[in-house]
Design a protein around this ligand. Structure first.
Ligand SMILES: [Zn+2]
Length: 171
């Protein structure tokens, strides 16, 4: 059973019922035929490298408060993923970047339970400029080399760092 977000129909306020729709049970409105589809939550992460170091931010909020992650945020309806990537870096670190190649798309089914993203899109980005400063939702921000990594948050950050280190070794 999927977790219910609605009790009443958001269109006509009739009490919703659960019925099979296609291959799974969904909440539907018996009055107006509204179907509640549970869309995945999509996160965007950015790997910013500069002079052999990678940009990390220290999380001010739960989950994983106090640990470090790459700049990341949620994709809202109608937003362009690369634009979100650049915006998150700017908001969290005050740095301007040019978002480049796609590094990967990950499925993280457990993240949803913690309020995280079930789909995570990872981009590489190039530093353009700006003065490094932690944003409101970060305790600190900084560049770290592979041998001075702080305690990392999230599997997605571990994975991004690992990819980056492999790429560095290959060069
Ligand atoms: Zn309805």
């Amino acid at each position: 059973m999927p977790r219910s977000e609605f009790v009443y129909c958001p269109r006509c306020a009739t009490r919703l019922v659960t019925r099979p729709v296609g291959d799974r049970p969904r909440q539907v409105c018996p009055q107006c035929d509204f179907i509640h589809f549970t869309d995945p939550k999509v996160g965007i992460g950015v790997l910013v490298q500069h002079q052999g170091k990678v940009l990390l931010v220290q999380r001010a909020m739960t989950p994983e408060q106090g640990k470090w992650s790459i700049p990341a945020g949620f994709l809202d309806h109608g937003e362009e993923p690369k634009a979100v990537a650049a915006r998150e870096v700017l908001e969290e670190t005050n740095l301007r970047v040019e978002v480049g190649e796609l590094l990967g798309v990950y499925h993280n089914p457990l993240a949803l339970e913690q309020g995280g993203a079930s789909i995570f899109i990872l981009y590489r980005a190039r530093l353009l400029g700006g003065e490094l400063r932690a944003g409101d939702d970060a305790l600190a921000a900084g560049f770290f080399s592979p041998d001075e990594m702080p305690e990392l948050a999230f599997a997605s950050t571990h994975d991004a760092i690992q990819r980056w280190q492999q790429a560095e070794t290959d060069e």
